[in-house]
Design a protein around this ligand. Structure first.
Ligand code: NAP
Length: 463
């Protein structure tokens, strides 16, 4: 895949980059390792000051970097600004909380007395150089939610970003440099995915995190496993959105539209499968389809646009194939189901709702990475949970209900790493984020996220 900015709204190639040479990669690896040697001895106070500076710079840069993101991957520009603001908030949250999250832990005296210790404690020390392989869909956020905790823990980062967002990738390196992080704390590697194996196998790289597709995750995990290196994987999702009769159905339908089309439908935690109790099925279906039909598709730099283009021509082709196969197999198109007629250029696709989905259809089992929703009618909560869990993925899940028993039941039985009730799934710096099943393993954000790339060190001092 060429390393280039190609505007998805027009198909125009705006900027291309040469991949780094093996010698360049070697220089960056050496710098990362040398930097870690000293950076790991800095204090939480020192690191927090740098990260707060980065947050301030990002706030000031937001209008500009938002336009760059939109031009590289097509998200509506207001959403790009919101993404930058969330990154700054998360930087500040880790700057202010990392010392507390990683404070030494002292087991109770009575628990360790028979170990012979006068004193025993657990210390969270950094692991070293961490390779981050990241996707284009939230090109700032995916990186910051790794980098902010990793840098606060004393690690250093190497970023291999998706090949279609090179300007955002270079911006991140520049931002952290301007914030006065030592040279080598955070470096962008403009390389193709074929270079990942060599970098990951290098002895100077301690661990890796990958956010992206299942094939990419499987490859990185296999190589890291062979090298016995820690990994965190954040992969795809096909989140269920269950609506019960006791729910506020109108609010559920309005929220469903946002939950499905956020980021032009290209979010791992977008609700993708809408599973509705038969008593409120027609009411929800009509309100949801009306909401999807009313969305304004258009130029993502236009503030009035709700849904921009898909990020790549291939992404639109993959989505079209899933929809076409479902329709040929009997799915009913309630709205959309095709490219919008008004756009000759760019990779646009109409917000789409499909009903009458059967388990044999590919769309039932695969992730729809674009503004396409599938609708299921069920008789009760048991049936809803069965459909919700009938997927290889397990990232998050949503339930709409007014009944506390439904909530308990869903929390007990959902196969996902998140359960969001009467609202849509969203990440938050203080809450863990991650999946089960083929959605990956490990957690980002909160105390769980910052501890993933720590050497959890037992300190035992004899009595
Ligand atoms: P992708 O094709 O897997 O790319 C993600 C990153 O992995 C890119 O940097 C890519 O580099 C690299 N890559 C691709 N194949 C690789 C391989 N064999 N070895 C090493 N690196 C490889 O995914 P995408 O299409 O950009 O992103 C969409 C997917 O990400 C969706 O499935 C979505 O659900 C998932 N996602 C998950 C989360 C989460 O938190 N769980 C968040 C966002 C997205 P190149 O660009 O150079 O190919």
């Amino acid at each position: 895949m060429p390393i280039a900015t190609v505007n998805p709204a027009t198909g125009e190639t705006l900027k291309t980059y040469d991949a780094l040479s093996p010698e360049d990669v070697e220089r960056k690896l050496a710098l990362a390792a040398a930097t870690f040697d000293t950076y790991r001895t800095t204090t939480f106070f020192d690191r927090a000051r740098l990260l707060e500076q980065a947050a301030d710079l990002l706030d000031a840069d937001t209008p500009d970097i938002a336009r760059v993101m939109t031009t590289e991957m097509g998200k509506p520009v207001a959403a790009a600004r919101a993404e930058a603001a969330k990154c700054a908030r998360t930087m500040r949250w880790y700057a202010q909380n990392a010392a507390r999250l990683l404070a030494d832990e002292y087991p109770a005296d009575e628990d360790v007395r028979d170990s012979g210790a006068a004193r025993a404690l657990v210390r969270y020390r950094p692991l070293g150089v961490v390779l981050a392989v990241m996707p284009w869909n939230f090109p700032l956020w995916q990186v910051v939610r790794f980098a902010a905790p990793a840098l606060m823990a004393g690690n250093v980062g190497l970023l291999k970003h998706a090949s279609n967002v090179p300007q955002t990738a270079l911006y991140l390196e520049d931002l952290l440099r301007r914030a006065a992080f030592p040279e080598g704390c955070f470096q962008t590697l403009l390389v193709g995915s074929d270079a990942v194996e060599g970098i990951l196998r290098d002895d100077r790289v301690a661990a890796a995190t990958l956010t992206g597709s299942e094939p990419a995750g499987r490859s990185v995990a296999a190589i890291a496993g062979d090298e016995v290196k820690k990994t965190v994987l954040e992969l795809g999702g096909s989140d269920p959105y269950v609506v019960m009769p006791s729910a506020d159905v109108d609010k559920a339908a309005r929220t469903a539209v946002t939950a499905r089309v956020q980021n032009n439908g290209q979010s791992c935690i977008a609700a993708k499968r809408f599973i509705v109790h038969e008593d409120v099925f027609e009411e929800f279906r009509d309100a949801f389809a009306d909401g999807m039909r009313a969305l304004r598709v258009g130029d993502p730099l236009d503030e009035a646009t709700d849904v921009g283009p898909l990020a790549s021509e291939q992404g639109r082709k993959d989505l079209e194939e899933l929809v076409d196969e479902a329709v040929e197999s009997g799915a009913t198109v309630l709205c959309g189901g095709q490219r919008p007629k008004d756009f000759k250029d760019g990779w646009f696709y109409e917000p789409t709702v499909l009903a009458d989905i059967t388990p044999e259809m590919r769309i039932h089992r695969e992730e729809t990475f674009g503004p396409v929703a599938t609708l299921y009618r069920v008789a009760d909560l048991d049936a809803a949970i069965a459909v919700a869990n009938d997927t290889p993925f397990g990232l998050s899940s949503n339930l709409w209900t007014g009944d506390d028993d439904d909530i308990e039941r869903f929390v007990r039985d959902s196969g996902a790493g998140g359960v969001f009730v009467n609202g849509m799934t969203a990440s938050h710096p203080a809450l863990p984020f991650g999946g089960a099943k083929r959605s990956g393993y490990g957690r980002e954000l909160s105390d769980h996220g910052i501890k993933e790339f720590c050497n959890i060190t037992t300190v035992w001092i004899a009595g």
